[in-house]
Write a protein that binds this ligand. Structure first.
Ligand code: PRP
Ligand code: MN
Ligand code: MG
Length: 180
């Protein structure tokens, strides 16, 4: 285990199993759309690893597109301001869209993204989030696919960073408070 991590919350194996289950659920749920397939949209940079793994567990035609949004900068707290750093490469009008997010925390990012993408009139729009923090603020965001509920700690790994570090840890763990 990395020296800056106090506890591993989800191991590499637990994550792989859950991602595989979510992929199977998406494959089932969109079976009627097997001809046109779906568009997976990952929210850079945190969700890139989750989406890469999830896409390989979906047995449907699956386009992958990317949007870059940042609300946290390099700090440990959300700035409260969402910025689009990179928009989608393709149109999503009339498509079945699934947003892949690494974590739903305050809900600021997803609230913004759902509103923004809905205005482009996709055929359907759902969210797959690997992690969801149990806090009141995000309770009203409807996520069809949730990997794990997690405690309100500063967690890193499997895409999640602190100041751009720790994204490449294969597991998800709690960062020691003295590090941030
Ligand atoms: C993190 C995380 C989610 C978002 C969740 O992204 O990857 O996208 O915050 O927090 P929220 O629900 O409070 O909005 P961040 O803005 O740190 O950018 P990153 O993905 O590049 O790390
Ligand atoms: Mn993010
Ligand atoms: Mg971040």
């Amino acid at each position: 285990m990395h020296n800056d991590i106090s506890e591993i919350l989800f191991t590499e194996e637990q994550i792989a199993d859950r991602v595989s289950e979510i992929g199977a659920a998406i494959t089932r749920d969109y079976a009627d759309a097997a001809d046109e397939g779906i568009v997976l949209i990952s929210v850079l940079r945190g969700a890139a690893i989750f989406m890469a793994d999830l896409a390989r567990q979906i047995e449907l035609p699956c386009e992958m597109d990317y949007m870059a949004i940042s609300s946290y900068g390099n700090g440990a707290k959300s700035s409260g301001v969402v910025r689009i750093l990179k928009d989608l490469s393709s149109e999503i009008e009339g498509r079945h869209v699934v947003i892949a997010e690494d974590i739903l925390d305050s809900g600021l990012t997803l609230t913004y993204l759902l509103k923004n993408l809905a205005s482009r009139r996709p055929a359907s729009l759902e969210v797959a989030t690997l992690l969801r923090k149990k806090t009141l603020a995000q309770a009203k965001i409807d996520c069809k696919y949730i990997g794990f509920e997690c405690p309100d700690e500063f967690i890193v790994g499997y895409g999640l960073d602190f100041a751009e570090r720790y994204r490449n840890l294969p597991y998800i763990g709690i960062l020691k408070p003295e590090v941030y």
